[in-house]
Design a protein around this ligand. Structure first.
Ligand SMILES: Cc1cc2nc3c(=O)[nH]c(=O)nc-3n(C[C@H](O)[C@H](O)[C@H](O)COP(=O)(O)OP(=O)(O)OC[C@H]3O[C@@H](n4cnc5c(N)ncnc54)[C@H](O)[C@@H]3O)c2cc1C
Length: 228
């Protein structure tokens, strides 16, 4: 099980902050937090996305696979940044790894999977300790299923856009779980976060009203081809 830790530098009252920033440009009274909240909610519901970029999210994602973090890195909009656990300095001789549910419930598959992980761990250790290979080279045998840790910073516009992609049933199962872990962690920060999560963190078919994917799960009708 992975863990999401929301860091203190994350915006506590995101809707109020958005309304305050918008109010500055509209010549409004920004001294009243209630008015700021109302204005922020209006921006959110009207789709004035630029104000979302003032809302900061900084978190630690720990115990998710190197594979899901590789997919995480594809969300580039809004210039997010992150740090990832080093494979040059951290000792991975006893690395943890993700056990996919479909492998967990198939005894033969589980045995093969776990033996493979064990073999990789032994090889990494032997290369480094017995054959004098530097850790940065031995680390190349490490698997995508190995868990890793990142510190991540991005704005909420990027995170909402990510949720629209990654809550889709076509998404890799671990990424969907990660999205739900983030939604739960953010919702626990404040009522405003819970409101943003419930309003905006939805699969893309909820926004379009149809499914744009070739292989649809059937949650929404497929987009009809244009006639003529
Ligand atoms: C089911 C599924 C399968 C996938 N399979 C693969 C795969 O096989 N291989 C692979 O590499 N990736 C794959 N991906 C990842 C996918 O291709 C995208 O890289 C990922 O969804 C992030 O891109 P994004 O546009 O959604 O988000 P972001 O990069 O965060 O962009 C968000 C939005 O910002 C805007 N934006 C971002 N960059 C620019 C820019 N340069 N110029 C103008 N506007 C910009 C656009 O409006 C964009 O929609 C898959 C994703 C899913 C959901």
């Amino acid at each position: 099980m992975g863990k999401v830790t929301i860091l203190d530098t994350t915006t506590k009252e995101p809707i109020t902050l958005m309304g305050e920033r918008a109010g500055i440009c509209w010549g409004s009274d920004t001294a009243d937090p209630k008015k700021n909240y109302k204005r922020g909610l209006d921006c959110l519901e009207s789709g004035h996305g630029r104000v979302l970029e003032f809302v900061n999210v900084e978190m630690v994602l720990d115990g998710y696979s190197a594979r899901v973090i590789r997919e995480w890195y594809t969300h580039l909009g809004g210039a997010p940044t992150r740090l990832q656990a080093s494979t040059r300095y951290v000792n991975y001789e006893h690395f943890d790894y993700i056990l996919p549910p479909k492998i967990a419930k198939n005894e033969e598959a589980r045995k093969l999977y776990e033996e493979t992980m064990q073999t990789i761990a032994e090889a990494a250790g032997k290369l480094e300790r017995e054959l004098d290979i530097p850790r940065e080279d031995a680390a190349l045998v490490l698997p995508l299923g190995m868990t890793t840790k990142i510190v991540d910073k991005r704005n909420v516009r990027n995170l909402i856009d990510m949720s629209n992609q990654r809550l889709c049933t076509r998404t890799y199962w671990e990424y969907r779980e990660l999205m739900h872990d983030i939604m739960n962690a953010l919702s626990a920060v404040s009522e405003e976060w819970a409101e943003i999560v419930s309003k905006c963190f939805v699969p893309k078919c909820e926004l379009t009203g149809y499914c744009p994917e070739k292989k649809s799960c059937g949650r929404k009708p497929k987009k009809m081809p244009l006639e003529g």
